[in-house]
Ligand binder design. Structure first.
Ligand code: DGY
Length: 326
């Protein structure tokens, strides 16, 4: 409990279901105001609620732009997001105003890499489709060519982006006896040598890879890099996996490529928009596996992400070094 009876800082949390471990850290030291529902706070409500607030604990479903910062006013010192991605935050605008930004790198790398491998194998070996057949009478007998898909062993895997998560994916992929790991990234990454990943141009990666995995942050340079031209360059047998942001993909071009057999299959943890509307053609395609943005959703990871987000806010408000400042 708070002995003094007054707490110096006001913090707004944008959802009622943020993992408690982090929320409790804040409750000890701040006046905490929480959006009452386990769903994203409506924009109008968000704009009203942040007036006079010192810190905002948000997620990737909350847009932090000029309008929101204006609505908060000069009291706002820190915006901390429970995500490593920060494409929902106008970073230059925050910097200009001296508002600190907290995010959650490192702590979700393993969880997201695990999910990326799970999605890759689910897509290549057709797990959702196979389970559906098993449950609905399609499993008539063992059959030599039924439900077959390409193996990872001996394949070439291309990873787009080569940051923390991409590297963790590469290390895991290697354990499946792949023949080659290629990556495309703006700069050469020193870790690549030890992993045994080879830097190539984007087009070369598309042409040579059996599996193309997108692990690139969404920035202007990566917006819709997976467009029609990119899918055209991929092998007809290629499998495309995306666990970064839906915005890296021209989704209509992907739908066409999956329909026409221009690529074999896709596994997506991220889409445009999110949630993906139920009438999206993607849901009708057997060769597309879709997950509802659960890359970092391991129990331990989500708790640690919440704590890190809270600690980013507490550090910024007490003018000490933030554990993870952007
Ligand atoms: C992130 O951290 O950016 C993920 O998309 C959610 O964990």
């Amino acid at each position: 409990s708070n002995m003094s009876g007054t707490k110096a800082f006001n913090v707004y949390i944008t959802r009622s279901d943020m993992p408690e471990s982090g929320v409790n850290l804040l409750r000890n030291k701040c006046n905490v105001k929480v959006w009452q529902e386990p769903s994203p706070v409506p924009r109008e409500e968000f704009l009203k609620a942040v007036y006079g607030i010192n810190g905002i604990f948000c997620s990737l479903t909350d847009t932090i732009d000029k309008e929101l910062l204006d609505a908060a006013g000069p009291s706002l010192k820190v915006v901390a997001t429970i995500s490593v991605g920060h494409d929902h935050i106008d970073v230059p605008e925050c910097k200009k105003r001296g508002i600190k930004i907290g995010y959650t790198p490192n702590v979700l790398t393993d969880a997201t890499a695990e999910l990326t491998l799970a999605l890759l194998l689910s897509t290549s070996r057709r797990l959702p489709e196979a389970q559906h057949e098993a449950k609905t009478g399609g499993w008539v007998s063992w059959a030599p060519t039924w439900m077959t898909g390409p193996g990872l062993a001996g394949s070439t895997v291309g990873i787009v982006g080569f940051g923390r998560i991409a590297q963790a994916v590469a290390r895991r992929v290697k354990a499946f006896n792949t023949s080659q790991i290629l990556y495309f990234n703006r700069s050469k990454r020193p870790e690549a040598d030890e992993i045994g990943a080879i830097k190539v141009e984007f087009d070369e990666l598309l042409v040579k890879s059996d599996f193309v995995i997108c692990c690139a942050a969404l920035v202007p340079a990566t917006k819709e890099i997976f467009n029609k031209a990119a899918f055209d360059k991929m092998k007809n047998t290629a499998i495309f996996i995306n666990t970064s942001r839906g915005g890296t993909v021209d989704q209509n071009a992907l739908i066409e490529a999956l329909k026409t057999g221009n690529i074999r299959a896709a596994g997506l943890d991220v889409t445009t928009p999110e949630p993906l509307p139920l009438d999206s053609p993607l849901f009708k395609l057997k060769n597309c596996v879709i997950l509802p943005h659960i890359g970092s959703a391991s129990i331990e990871t989500r708790n640690i992400m919440s704590e890190l987000t809270a600690n980013n806010i507490l550090a910024a408000l007490s003018n000490s070094e933030m554990p993870a400042e952007l």
